[in-house]
Ligand binder design. Structure first.
Ligand SMILES: [Zn+2]
Length: 474
């Protein structure tokens, strides 16, 4: 399957529309056309980067109106009577959007055909799928326009916000089923015989692979590093442990998981470069990216419409935590209208940023909605409790990885992998455990016990990501 998706990506790059296309029909016109489209999207993003909030709202309204023409022509929208809304007098596109039901991942998984727009049937697209880190992989149809918009945003981020020149290599510590490759080099571009990327597989990080990776690093001198936070964190500790200094790096971009503040400072110290967060998903493309000047997470407003909804489904107030719901503007063939990302976040109280960009600011992506401890009375406790326990009760520098597993309402096991694998936990650790148990009971109540277990290795998910909390309770 992985090969197939790599091939699809390659096919897309060189202008195939489907794998059934014979080789002789690879069209250079198509390649050129895609590049022109991406360049136009990039220019548009640049033009709207510092536009006024009003100008941005007007632009978003235009994009939403076009998307709704496609979105309300799906079997699901017609069944739910949404089509008539489009003809409703006096409603702005954003108001129409907010009357539509939210779209859960399960609907995409089970009723894919009901989400395909009759109007967008002839649009160019690829079948894609998520890594499955939040459960079963989701298969969906990705409009090529959506891919173009994402690439344009990435170009803006890496080139303009981070300062990466076009020909500078990138280092990547990554692993998804669709993109996986062994540690090594990648030749970039169809016609460019040069190394554009060095790669470290995040599936199973070990000292030997990290040593190879940093040897490659010294010869290629990448200007930016992209990776999962916990994998980048592992590499930062490896650098410190082995006293390795790396050539100047312009920035580190993390994505795909929560970046804890301690991890950020350790990574910045070891790599001597700023860490910026990127937020998005395979289904929606890039949703938000952090600016270097203000270190704040800006929504890519010309590409996506973002809502944060509170428990009652109403828009969350600034500073109030809620569920992230995203509508990517270019998903014409299979419109993702109000797609629930499964993450929790809050809007910043102060939307002004020193960088001067008008794109809305998200204060923080708090974490995945499902990452919480569950109580027997139906209540939940944020999964951040696990992180705070580890940070406040233990010596964080001696811990390589941790994972909380809630086995039942009454029992949680905390697995700890030490930084030095052959170290035995000392007296200090046992004192910390007593403190951690107290802290845990204060939040979870006296009926839930916590057990600490020191392990040599905490396995990663098939996506290569690490989960800090796994709940086996429904
Ligand atoms: Zn900013």
């Amino acid at each position: 399957m992985a090969d197939r998706f790599c091939t699809l990506e390659w096919a897309y790059r060189v202008g195939f529309n489907s794998l059934a296309t014979p080789l002789w029909r690879v069209s250079m016109t198509k390649v050129l056309r895609r590049n022109i489209v991406r360049f136009r999207r990039y220019r548009l993003l640049k033009r709207l980067e510092y536009s006024s909030s009003e100008g941005l709202s007007i632009y978003q309204g235009q994009r939403l109106r076009k998307l709704l023409e496609y979105g309300l022509a799906t079997p699901r929208a017609e069944k739910e009577g949404g089509a008539h809304l489009f003809r409703a007098e006096g409603l702005l596109p954003a108001q129409i959007l907010k009357t539509l039901p939210i779209l859960q991942k399960e609907v995409v998984q089970k009723k894919l055909a009901s989400l395909v727009s009759a109007k967008g049937r002839t649009r160019r697209s690829i079948e894609d799928r998520t890594s499955g880190s939040t459960g079963a992989p989701t298969i969906f149809i990705r409009d090529l326009a959506c891919l173009d918009a994402e690439r344009a945003a990435a170009e803006l981020f890496y080139r303009d916000w981070l300062g990466r020149e076009r020909r500078e290599p990138v280092a990547r510590i990554w692993a998804t089923e669709a993109d996986q490759a062994p540690t090594g080099e990648k030749v970039g571009g169809f016609f460019r015989k040069r190394i554009s990327e060095i790669w470290l597989s995040a599936f199973n990080l070990n000292d030997a692979d990290m040593a190879d990776f940093f040897k490659l690093w010294q010869s290629h001198e990448p200007s930016i590093l992209i990776g999962y936070p916990e994998a980048v964190f592992e590499c930062a500790k490896y650098l410190r442990r082995n006293r390795i200094r790396i050539p100047h790096l312009k920035g580190i971009v993390t994505a795909g998981a929560k970046l804890f503040p301690e991890m950020r400072s350790e990574v910045e110290r070891s790599f001597m470069a700023p860490v910026l967060e990127r937020y998005g998903s395979r289904e929606t493309g890039l949703v938000a990216m952090e600016c270097l000047e203000g270190r704040r997470l800006h929504v890519v407003a010309p590409n996506v419409y973002v809502e944060i909804l509170n428990e009652s489904g109403a828009p969350a107030l600034p500073g109030e935590e809620g569920s992230v719901v995203v509508t990517p503007f270019y998903s014409y063939k299979m419109p993702f209208l109000r797609y629930v990302m499964g993450d929790r976040a809050k809007w910043a109280l102060d939307q002004a940023c020193v960088c001067g960009r008008s794109w809305p600011v998200i204060e923080e992506i708090v974490g995945r909605a499902q990452d919480c401890f569950r109580l027997r009375d139906g209540g939940t406790v944020s999964g951040m409790l696990g992180y705070y326990i580890m940070r406040d009760c233990f010596d964080f520098s001696k811990i390589s990885q941790f994972q909380f597993i809630q086995e039942s309402y009454e029992r949680v096991t905390a697995q700890i992998q030490l930084s030095m694998p052959h170290d035995e936990p000392d007296r200090e650790f046992f004192d910390a455990i007593v403190k951690a148990r107290d802290r845990f009971s204060q939040s979870m109540g006296p009926n839930c016990s916590i057990h600490f277990k020191f392990v040599d290795h905490i396995p990663r998910l098939s996506s290569g990501k690490h989960r800090y909390l796994m709940s086996l309770v429904d």
